[in-house]
Design a protein around this ligand. Structure first.
Ligand SMILES: Nc1nc2c(ncn2[C@@H]2O[C@H](COP(=O)(O)OP(=O)(O)OP(=O)(O)O)[C@@H](O)[C@H]2O)c(=O)[nH]1
Ligand SMILES: [Zn+2]
Length: 348
């Protein structure tokens, strides 16, 4: 008999909601735990994983995840596997669009190495001129964007073809309409699924969890918790390549120094009169300040001599930020209780 394979739609506490690749006797989903063997091997299951299910209990709609199929990629926060694209959503008003905040989201999305779609909502709240200004602005930054309203017209339906057959993650600040958009795109989806809902809602974690919703034309879409200020990339190199404007300048020219920070260095081909250059410089200095304020690192790290803007020499640490970066508070909070899982595993 062939393996029972499914897609993990949601993870909460120690339960995994798995949508079977093919429904069996009308049953589409099983509520699963993770086999002890996977746990011993330290394998975490995350939303978006394709998994092999064993021990199906068709009456109780239960099962156990026996194997995780290879992942194409994995977003770290929130943990979602096999992501095809990120849809960044911003409102044109209420809350107003803000270049600084949009850039922080774009930088995070750029670091994920997946396709990026930018969408502005609440077009009904601003003039056509203002809509066009944001379109032009994003175009100059190197992005195409959609502008739409969920309360007027049906432009949002133009998103369907871009989402079909893909796993799309919607990110954006709080209150921009992420949940509303997903409700529009997945009209027939019932979040509570028959027999599994009782077990599901008994979970200890009451915070909003990540979930994949099926799209009518195939594919899946997930909302992510709204947070307003994503973290910066991990190092200066990653920061620079996360700006399409910088990538474009570096594809045409070359800076004098290989390790140019594109700040005050002579012979820099990136420094210039482009809109987001001051933002790049602000984030560059923010990253460098974080790096140099790590108290325990100053002693351990090699330093390099640098000239500041007044021509004074100063020492700067040469960091390997990946190695020394602290875990974020969000990561720490996402750690689930392993004890409870032990009990469930031992039942199988
Ligand atoms: N005028 C107008 N209001 C909208 C539009 N889209 C969403 N809204 C409203 O904006 C508010 C916030 O929408 P949500 O979908 O809850 O936003 P969210 O991004 O999921 O917010 P968080 O859950 O905080 O992350 C709601 O009152 C929606 O009705 C739109 O296109 N135009
Ligand atoms: Zn440079």
């Amino acid at each position: 008999m062939s393996d029972l394979v499914g897609l993990v739609r949601a993870v909460q506490a120690n339960y995994y909601r798995v949508r079977l690749r093919e429904s069996i006797n009308g049953i589409e989903e099983l509520l699963c735990v993770r086999r002890a063997r996977l746990k011993k091997m330290g394998q975490q299951v995350c939303v978006g994983d394709w998994v092999v299910v064993s021990h199906p209990d068709w009456q109780g709609h239960r099962g156990a995840i026996a194997e995780i199929l290879p992942r194409r990629n994995q977003l770290p926060r929130p943990a979602i596997a096999n992501v095809d694209q990120v849809l960044l959503l911003f409102a044109l008003a209420d809350p107003p669009a803000d270049a600084h905040q949009i850039t922080r989201f774009l930088l995070t999305a750029e670091g994920l190495n997946v396709e990026i779609h930018v969408v502005f909502t609440k077009a009904d709240l601003v003039s056509p001129q203002e809509q066009q200004q944001w379109r032009d602005r994003l175009h100059q930054w190197g992005y195409h964007c959609h502008v739409l309203s969920l309360t007027q017209g049906s432009d949002w339906q133009h998103l369907h073809p871009q989402l079909a057959d893909k796993i799309t993650v919607v990110c954006g600040p709080s209150g921009v309409g992420k949940s509303s958009l997903i409700r529009h795109l997945t009209p027939r989806e019932d979040i509570r699924v028959g027999a599994v809902s009782d077990h599901w809602h008994r979970g200890r974690h009451t915070t909003r969890h990540v979930e994949l919703f099926p799209l009518p034309a195939g594919g899946w879409i997930a909302d992510t918790p709204g947070f307003n200020q994503p973290e910066l990339p991990q190092d200066v190199q990653q920061l620079a390549v996360a700006f399409p404007e910088i990538r474009q300048r570096l594809s045409k020219g070359q800076c004098l120094f290989d390790n140019c920070r594109h700040d005050q260095e002579p012979g820099c081909c990136v420094r210039g009169d482009w809109e987001r250059y001051p933002l790049y410089i602000e984030y560059l200095h923010e990253l460098e300040t974080i790096a140099s304020s790590e108290p325990s690192l100053g002693k351990m790290l090699p330093v390099k001599a640098k000239s500041d803007r007044q021509g004074q020499q100063r020492l700067e640490p040469l960091l390997d930020p990946k190695k020394y970066r602290r875990r974020s508070r969000r990561q720490q909070h996402q750690h689930l209780n392993p004890m409870a899982e032990e009990v469930l595993d031992s039942e199988l």
